[in-house]
Design a protein around this ligand. Structure first.
Ligand code: 6R9
Length: 651
């Protein structure tokens, strides 16, 4: 690590009254680790409970026995905590600012009172359709207020929502509907983004061909675009909401009842349904939102993620609304109508906390600082990043041009599985270093283990794989329908620990630096993609015999997708076939899975037992083939020469 990268940035002015100062952090962190029952027992009280809990932590990381329960005898309702309890004091305060795709369309300010009415209407529609506690509802929606209404409506009646990102293909949607066993799909006619429209309803029509005909489809007529309508199956959601009552009794949920399932990529082909439950998740989302962003009453907070990802769940909807915050929901993209859109929106709504992904920063950085300088960003107090390691260059640009050197940058490391931030600076307590997620949040006990020997690496500096030694309330509880897979994925390789799948380095000051995934997961523009998922899509094409997919460094996306493809006997490679395969993967999974580079491989480097040597493929894709390491175990070492000669990344 270079000297300048380890330079510390002091806590900026204006954070003297932050929720946590330096002394608070040390004291509270120690307590949270020494006495989690006392610490979290107190933190749990930030929510309103229907039946107060008497037990706090009951968790076991032993492989074969993994069980995670928090506040297990308490009862509460998430929608009541995100809405009803705020009504007496802030019914007229804006809960959600909705900024549409086109800057010419007017923004909406949705008050807590209006939010409550809409959520209750939608909850009543769902109840009238027979949706009960524990039933699954799949959401395939644009970034519109109805997405938040639908999440909270499910929570209100105890249904479990599962959001499928609107960029996913019909196939991906249908797999998720089937795996979750949902009988209701909520979608919209079209999703406008960057001036273009995705035909969500038509994707949904296609997806539903692969699902049981019990599945009903509730459609938000958002753009008014033309759709085909299947009588008896398709229902106009807004029309039913208009007639529904604005009163809806919230269901009393046990703290450990599931709140949502969110599918995420792993190292095997099939995405897993990550299950989060009610009490611990909401306590953790609310607390991290308040502390990490130093959120105070009256602040305007904006997280640019999509509700289709976990960041949108915890930090657009649940955390902010549990705290009675004003949260901005943006339908569009950073570069439409131009690369100044983020900053225009910040200026227009006087945003105080701004949270985005390094890939967006890099893309905007490439367009030039003029787009930032045009807008008045004086309202900004704090900046955040999430999704992948941020390179110091992007960090410095963000700090200098967006934050004007006055805003702390919180680089938040966490995962779909963790529910909320695990390693992050607290703006009033932690000095930052560009590229480091810094130090653990309260209650989080990171350990660095040697990848091979599984030995805990004591002292600083240290390097290895990142594990977490004990549970925190926001942790996922299981894989939907497959607890065994949950245990095998996260608790088997390093017994007694939650294994994150990330590599990590701890520096002399005890700061954590995430070095990227150590498994077969790649991170493309902050989106997780299993290489095995892309491989299975490729080999499903009739002209493909075999495929191996790896990540390679990409200047904007962080990692790009590099595919080695072996064609069926007699099939000739061509530019047309290359384009066709890219299109094929887009239609099988979605645009985020499109290979950036496809190399025709007459053969793949394999061990004598037939295992693909990914290490070698990764090196060639990284253009670092001088250091291939030992290739003596290969069955046919000569295939490597061909792969090097014809490599696609000559950069
Ligand atoms: C929240 C989210 C999780 C993976 C994670 C890691 C990478 C996320 C990061 C980061 C370095 C950060 N990651 N935040 N790496 N610094 N601040 O992104 O969830 O989509 O499940 O991805 O993303 O590799 O393991 P998810």
């Amino acid at each position: 690590m270079s000297a300048e990268a380890t330079e510390k940035y002091a806590i900026p002015q204006g954070f003297e009254n932050a929720h946590a100062g330096p002394g608070d952090y040390t004291r509270l962190y120690a307590e949270s680790i020494d006495d989690p029952d006392a610490f979290w027992g107190r933190e749990g009280k930030r929510l309103d409970w229907i039946t107060p809990y008497t037990k706090v932590k009951n968790t076991d990381f032993t492989f074969g026995n993994v069980s995670i329960k928090w506040f297990e005898d308490g009862q509460l309702n998430v929608a009541a905590n995100c809405i009803d309890r705020h009504l007496a004091t802030r019914g007229d305060q804006t809960a959600i600012i909705f900024e549409p795709d086109s800057p010419d369309d007017e923004a909406q300010h949705i008050t807590y009172r209006h939010l409550g009415e809409q959520v209750n209407r939608m909850a009543n529609v769902l109840r009238d359709m027979g949706v009960k506690k524990g039933d699954r509802v799949v959401l395939y929606l644009p970034m519109i207020p109805e997405a938040a209404y639908a999440m909270l409506a499910c929570a209100r009646i105890g249904a479990i929502h599962s959001i499928v990102f609107a960029g996913f293909s019909p196939d991906a949607l249908s797999n998720r509907i089937n795996d979750s066993g949902a009988n209701i799909l909520i979608t919209a006619d079209e999703a406008p983004r960057g001036g273009r429209k995705t035909a969500l309803k038509s994707n949904a029509d296609q997806a539903l061909l692969g699902c049981s005909d019990r599945v009903k489809c509730l459609v938000v007529k958002h753009t008014g675009g033309q759709t085909t309508w299947t009588e008896g199956r398709d229902i106009d959601l807004r029309a039913l909401m208009a007639e529904a009552s604005t009163d809806c009794e919230p269901e009393a949920m046990n703290a450990e009842d599931p709140l949502f399932v969110l599918y995420t990529s792993g190292s095997t082909g099939k995405p897993k349904g990550v299950v989060h439950t009610t009490g611990g998740y909401l306590v953790f989302a609310a607390m991290t939102h308040q502390y990490t962003f130093d959120y105070h009453d009256g602040d305007i907070y904006w997280c640019t993620a999509d509700v289709g990802w976990v960041t949108g769940h915890s930090y657009i909807v649940y955390g902010p609304l549990a705290n009675g915050a004003t949260t901005l929901m943006f339908e569009g993209v950073p570069t439409y109508p131009d690369a100044g859109r983020f900053w225009e929106v910040c200026a227009k709504h006087k945003v105080n906390q701004f949270y985005t992904a390094p890939t967006a920063i890099r893309a905007l950085m490439g367009k030039g600082k003029e787009f930032v300088e045009k807008h008045d960003l004086s309202s900004l107090r704090l900046l955040g990043t999430v999704g992948e390691p941020i390179n110091p260059e992007a960090w410095n640009w963000y700090n200098e041009h967006v934050g004007k050197g006055k805003c702390p940058i919180v680089d938040t490391w966490w995962q779909t599985e963790t529910g909320g931030h695990l390693i992050t600076p607290l703006p009033g307590a932690t000095e930052t270093k560009p590229g480091s997620a810094t130090v653990p949040f309260f209650g989080v006990k990171p350990e660095i283990l040697d990848a091979e020997s599984a030995k805990v690496q004591e002292g600083n500096p240290a390097e290895g794989v990142l594990c977490i030694a004990d549970s925190w309330p926001g942790q996922m509880r299981t894989v939907w329908g497959d607890h065994q897979r949950f245990m095998e994925t996260y608790f088997q390789q390093y017994p007694g620990y939650y294994f994150t799948g990330d590599g990590c380095r701890r520096d002399e000051d005890g700061y954590y630096w995430i070095t990227g995934r150590v498994d077969d997961v790649i991170n493309v523009s902050g989106h997780r993609m299993g290489t095995a998922e892309v491989e299975s899509a490729l080999v499903a094409h009739e002209q493909v015999a075999e495929a191996a997919v790896v990540g390679y460094p990409h200047s904007v996306k962080g990692q790009g997708i590099y595919a080695y493809v072996t064609l069926m006997n007699g099939i000739e490679p061509s530019e047309d076939l290359r384009k066709e395969l890219v299109k094929w993967v887009r239609s099988e999974i979605g645009p985020i899975a499109s290979p950036d580079l496809i190399q025709w491989a007459p053969g793949l480097p394999k061990t004598r037992s037939g295992k693909i040597m990914r290490r070698i493929l990764r090196k060639i894709a990284e253009n670092d083939y001088g250091a291939l390491g030992d290739t003596s175990t290969l069955a046919e070492p000569e295939v490597v020469d061909d792969l090097i000669a014809n490599r696609m990344n000559k950069g």
